[in-house]
Design a protein around this ligand. Structure first.
Ligand code: ATP
Length: 543
């Protein structure tokens, strides 16, 4: 329910639009409107500033070197196809999907969940027939059980008042736990047993390079920005003369042909990532892993996500990738998820030397505890690496080694969505007549608020618009500001509250006499009067 209101607000106020909406939209693609683009840019700028420009040079706990460098990169979206073969994406980056033979819809295998239910199906004569037991399913929603109830009532041709005749068994579980799908009612089907067995589906978008290109010239839109960093590792070392430990950061678009894009921008097919590859000495990588995990978690809290809706979840050994000796996800309780469930905002992975080694040698696989080059039956390497030396030479210790990598990989769209959901608030405030009115406001941290300050002349006469325009021009040099002189001032405040503007400045009759203005705070609703020449300093302090 709350999510529907957030989605409606995002469209109404220009945060997010469905892509190609006038043609019916395109599933999994989104456009950021005038306010959305500001919000997302502020999130990315905050990340870049805090992680790169003014990063924290802490001494880590075991006495390992405490300072480190951070540099940036902007690599291309389409890269040499060999990159994806050596990274493993070409062979391994897939999800399992199931198809519904009846509705012709396709679902991600692990997203179809349901519960056994038994009831009497109502026949065409309106009379209940014998009992049938089915496994009714849905795709996870805010309220999964009521979605299952609706689907079951429809299947048994029962009415809402018959809900109590449904006999539920066990708990909600994934179809992956079932031996076969004979009793499964697929999410959009009328009959049972219409789902196919799960099949692999590679998530990379394919494209052809060149006008005369054929399938041999196939290339891929990158499914992550990280590989652009690994293949440029040597270039960055050489040109910046950085010393390990150091990190390379990149913000950019990634593409995944998700089987079931859903939950607004949470699972899109085109999205933006904010990724860091942090290179360190193998003997210190476990410490740096903890450092980055905790540092990234604290960042979300600093920018306003509530601790009680955020969690840091360490992966169990069986969830870890074959090269990783530690991965943690930062997860948030998005309102579209079932009660108590979390969705991933960012993954922080200890990747060992897997990526650099793969780009040197070729595609690596795990054999026992060892990473070895994957070979074909004729003993030839399955995919060759670049053969280039991507090792690092420490001229102080005279040691040559392949650095280990810690990868904090965040989604700019998921972070933006989490900040939007967290900011959504409803309270009651008195209107001009003293009557309580519901107020919707976005309580953004001032750093990410799209507009920092709005300027209103109280009325559109008596020289107030001129005085207000002058103040607005001055503020615009320092902050993202907005001018509004339309409608009653109370309504103008409401409009700014709804887009999360932390401060509003009003110019009234008194301004013309003593050069003072009122400054109103979005959250406390408190208004203070101050001299207009003190305004920029006051706002800078508060922001
Ligand atoms: P999920 O399990 O949700 O598919 P993932 O573990 O595959 O995510 P990563 O490969 O670790 O995700 O990607 C790093 C980050 O990129 C994620 O934490 C998320 O913020 C973002 N991201 C990944 N896939 C998508 C997507 N389809 N839409 C939006 N953001 C995404």
């Amino acid at each position: 329910m709350q999510m529907e209101q957030i989605v409606a607000l995002c469209k109404r106020r220009g945060f997010l639009f469905q892509s190609s909406e006038i043609y019916g939209g395109l599933n999994g693609f989104w456009d950021y409107g005038p306010l959305g683009v500001l919000l997302k840019r502020n999130v990315k700028d905050a990340w870049w500033n805090d992680m790169i420009t003014s990063h924290n040079e802490l001494v880590i706990s075991n006495g390992a070197p405490g300072t480190y460098d951070m540099t940036g990169l902007d690599s291309s979206i389409i890269m040499h196809p060999q990159v994806w073969k050596c990274s493993g994406h070409y062979d391994l980056f897939h999800d399992y999907m199931v198809d519904c033979r009846e509705s012709k819809k396709r679902y991600r295998y692990d997203h179809v969940i349901g519960r056994f239910v038994t009831a009497k199906k109502r026949g065409e004569d309106g009379k209940p027939s014998t009992e049938i037991r089915i496994f009714v399913t849905t795709i996870e929603t805010e309220n999964t059980q009521s979605a299952l109830e609706d689907a079951a009532l429809k299947f048994f041709a029962l009415r809402k008042k018959d809900t109590e005749t449904l006999k539920w068994e066990g708990t909600i579980q994934s179809i992956a736990t079932l031996p076969d799908f004979n009793e499964v009612l697929a999410p959009d089907a009328k009959h049972i047993g219409t789902l196919t067995q799960p099949r692999e589906f590679n998530l990379m978008f394919k494209t052809i390079i060149g006008a005369l290109g054929n399938d041999d010239d196939a290339a891929f839109l990158r499914p992550e920005t990280a590989q652009g960093i690994f293949v440029n590792f040597k270039n960055v070392c050489d040109c910046m003369r950085v010393r390990v430990p150091f990190g390379i950061a990149q913000v950019g678009k990634s593409f995944r042909n998700e089987i079931t894009p859903r939950n607004f921008t949470f699972r899109s097919r085109e999205f933006e990532q904010m990724e860091i590859e942090f290179f360190c000495h193998p003997s210190q990588s476990a410490e740096w892993y903890k450092y980055w995990r905790d540092y990234r978690f604290a960042w979300y809290i600093k920018l306003g996500l509530a601790n009680e809706r955020l969690q840091l979840r360490e992966h169990n050994a069986d969830e870890l990738s074959h090269y990783s000796c530690g991965t943690a996800d930062i997860e948030y309780q998005f309102p579209f998820l079932p009660q108590g469930e979390y969705g991933e905002l960012e993954g922080i992975a200890h990747r060992g030397d897997f990526d650099l080694r793969s780009h040197i040698e070729g595609k690596l696989v795990k054999e026992g505890e060892q990473l070895v080059l994957e070979k074909l039956p004729n003993n030839q390497p399955k995919y060759r690496g670049s053969g280039k030396d991507l090792s690092y030479y420490d001229d102080l210790t005279k040691e040559r080694y392949i650095p280990h990598v810690i990868e904090p990989s965040a989604g700019a769209d998921r972070a933006t969505l989490a900040f939007l959901c967290e900011a959504y608030n409803v309270d009651s405030v008195p209107d001009e007549k003293g009557q309580l009115q519901e107020r919707v406001y976005l309580k953004f941290h001032p750093r990410i608020a799209p507009i920092k300050v709005a300027v209103f002349p109280l009325v559109k006469k008596d020289g107030m618009p001129e005085a207000a325009t002058e103040i607005y021009s001055e503020l615009k040099k320092n902050f993202s500001a907005f001018y509004d002189d339309k409608g009653a001032v109370g309504r103008r405040y409401r409009r700014q509250d709804e887009i999360g503007t932390p401060f509003c400045v009003t110019i009234d009759g008194q301004t013309l006499q003593d050069e003072t203005i009122t400054l109103r705070d979005r959250d406390s609703l408190k208004q203070i009067r101050l001299k207009k020449n003190e305004l920029v300093t006051e706002l800078k302090n508060r922001l």
